[in-house]
Design a binder for this molecule. Structure first.
Ligand code: OAD
Ligand code: ZN
Length: 269
């Protein structure tokens, strides 16, 4: 089916039974959460991708916690925007009509859940959970700062004199193990069940929407061609083209908070 604009897309969506959405950092940009790539991706002299690694953690867990504490401070202040709300409201109408919906997100900020999304598969973990490096237990944790030692720390300004945070400053599990952010870092594998759910949802949907993702981080980015190969109408929402753009059915250029309501509101009719 040729899809040329919003009306064509809404017709295809209205006729669908199963919808899968893949979201990325761009969905939270209008809430004020910095994206990873492009402007806003730096913290002091490091890019987020330098610190979100097992090597950075092994070298200096205090620095990694200071970086995540800063992100938690920022994320504690933000609210869902019109894109999160359009997705949550769509899910409610869609599932009430007996249709199938899955939201796969690469975001760790919890804003989809805050907006009311229910069927969320979090591929890259959650900034509001911590995990023990010894016993593996995952627990919800909304402490900001993560420990009192981090009060007033975390400034992203490159001129900040970096302070050393030692073992006495870091968060620990009841078992005595160090707690780390429950986030999938570069070089780590995704949870097998989460990526399994995501692959199944991409493979069985009639319409797939990729929104606010640069489509360069795998395996998440691989869900887009997978949905296309399985015969879905694949729509991309992003103000910029991405490596996935040439292969999608239709690209809607613009911010998610402006574009998504126009695509989803009122459906299914
Ligand atoms: P990126 O930061 O790589 O890409 C953000 C995308 O959002 C870009 O393509 C922007 O053009 C687009 N964008 C910016 N503002 C937007 C808006 N208002 N509406 C819609 N789109 C907008 O983020 P991700 O693709 O999510 O991994 O990055 C993937 C993964 O790389 C992240 O989950 C993270 C990172 O390293 C982990 O934390 C494991
Ligand atoms: Zn433990």
């Amino acid at each position: 089916m040729a899809i040329h604009g919003v009306e064509d897309f809404r017709r295809a969506l209205g006729a669908a039974r199963r919808v899968t959405v893949l979201s990325g950092a761009g969905v939270s940009a209008e809430s004020g959460v910095p994206t990873f790539r492009g402007a806003g991706g730096m913290w002091r002299r490091w890019s987020a991708t330098d610190l979100a690694t097992p090597a950075a953690w092994a070298r200096d867990p205090g620095l990694v916690w200071e970086f995540y504490d800063y992100r938690r401070q920022r994320m504690a202040e933000v609210r869902p925007n019109r894109a999160h709300i359009a997705l949550a409201e769509f899910e409610a109408r869609w599932t009430a009509a007996g249709r199938d919906f899955t939201l796969v997100t690469q975001n760790v900020d919890g804003l989809h859940e805050a907006a009311g999304s229910v069927a969320v598969t979090r591929l890259h973990g959650s900034i509001w959970h911590v995990r023990c490096v010894s016993c593996g237990q995952v627990t919800p944790n909304r402490d900001v700062p993560i420990t009192p030692a981090f009060a007033g720390a975390g400034s992203p300004d490159p001129a900040t004199k970096t302070r050393w945070f030692g073992p006495g400053d870091l968060p620990f599990c009841k078992c005595g193990g160090l707690l780390r952010p429950h986030i999938v870092w570069f070089g780590e594998s995704l949870d097998a069940q989460d990526i399994g759910n995501a692959v199944a949802a991409a493979s069985r949907c009639d319409v797939f929407i990729a929104v606010g993702t640069s489509a360069v981080v795998y395996p998440a980015a691989g869900l887009i061609p997978r949905a296309r190969a399985a015969g879905a109408v694949v729509c991309e929402v992003n103000p910029e083209p991405t490596p996935a753009t040439p292969d999608v059915t239709v690209h809607f250029s613009g911010p998610a908070g402006e574009v998504l309501p126009g695509l989803l509101d009122g459906l299914p009719g």
